[in-house]
Write a protein that binds this ligand. Structure first.
Ligand code: GLN
Length: 310
């Protein structure tokens, strides 16, 4: 029997508000270093159409790597399973921005959720067009998923990453040498940095994640992806969504989740809920410290898990 979700959300907000160790905000993207670490938000969209929110649930933040879920969904729509010739499906066991496996693995990134994999996905989404076309498509897609046309890109964050994204430039150039990035690197990174700079609130993000709890259906009745594809995207979120802490996240929380260095996490309980949490301070693996704790608290109290009977 599910406990009173609204009371649970309130107690999570109270607990997270009182937490002393909040981690560190990302500083390698200068714009993100300006974000106030005291903020915390949570939103839960349930399969029966309810929305529960708490804390700063309507404050927009940089979704960063959470965008990799939406970019992957679009790329699979364009090239289908051919994508897997260019990107793997294994957890990397390395940091999100690591380059070390690319040499031995001939420029094929381990999965679509580490930076190298997301850069290949951005190359696919570019599809011979200008970055503004691919970025426009991505923005329309997240607006459609969440039913909210106010979602926008923070150009200052995109510019900040464009001037400091040396590791991503290295990854993209390295994969271009193997022929696994096919467009000019500046166009691919322009696409990637702008998708990362999309700003959404927890409410908007939870709404956007509903197709992944509904076997690929949009709540308006439309189909976003097939049930099999939704299941596989969830599988990748569980195994790869938190980089080298994906195992720990599965152990502690037990549901698919995708984090971003802006401090957000999108988590999916198939058939039950799409959840977004946000707290800007990160742990050593670059995942939201209190966001993870909040999801653990929620999963323990509700019993939500992909590893136990419903
Ligand atoms: N834009 C960020 C980067 O490429 C995204 C990383 C993340 O959110 N983990 O470094």
């Amino acid at each position: 029997m599910t406990p009173d979700l609204s009371a649970l959300v309130d107690s999570i907000v109270a607990r997270m508000g009182a937490a002393e160790d909040r981690g560190q905000v990302a500083s390698y993207i200068p714009e993100l270093a300006k974000v106030d670490p005291a903020q915390f938000g949570i939103a839960i969209a349930t399969a029966d159409g309810r929305m529960l929110t708490g804390g700063d649930a309507d404050t927009s933040f940089s979704i960063q790597s959470i965008s990799k879920v939406f970019a992957l969904t679009l790329a699979l729509g364009k090239v289908g399973d051919q994508l897997w010739q260019r990107v793997g499906r294994e957890p990397s066991g390395n940091a999100f921005n690591s380059i070390v496996q690319l040499e031995q693995e001939h420029g094929i990134p381990r999965n679509p959720f580490i930076n190298a994999g997301a850069i290949v996905v951005a190359d696919v989404n570019l599809g011979g067009h200008q970055p503004r076309v691919a970025i426009g498509e991505m923005l329309r897609f997240v607006r459609y998923l969440s039913g909210d046309d106010s979602i926008a890109i923070n150009e200052d964050v995109a510019a900040s990453e464009t001037t400091t994204g040396f590791r991503n430039m290295a990854l993209a150039n390295y994969m271009r040498a193997f022929g696994n990035v096919r467009h000019p690197v500046d166009l691919v990174l322009g696409t990637y940095f702008h998708q990362c700079a999309i700003e959404m609130s927890c409410r908007q993000l939870a709404l956007a994640g509903r197709y992944l709890m509904l076997d690929g259906r949009h709540p308006d009745g439309g189909r976003v992806v097939s049930p099999g594809r939704a299941r596989r995207i969830n599988a990748l979120m569980l195994t790869c969504g938190h980089y080298d802490a994906s195992g720990d996240f599965a152990f502690r929380v037990g549901i698919p989740g995708k984090s971003g260095v802006g401090g957000g996490i999108l988590a999916i309980v198939p058939g039950r809920a799409a959840i977004a949490v946000w707290c800007p301070g990160l742990n050593d693996n670059g995942n939201s410290m209190l966001g993870t704790q909040a999801l653990q608290m929620l999963a323990e109290a509700t019993g939500w898990s992909v590893f136990s009977a419903p």
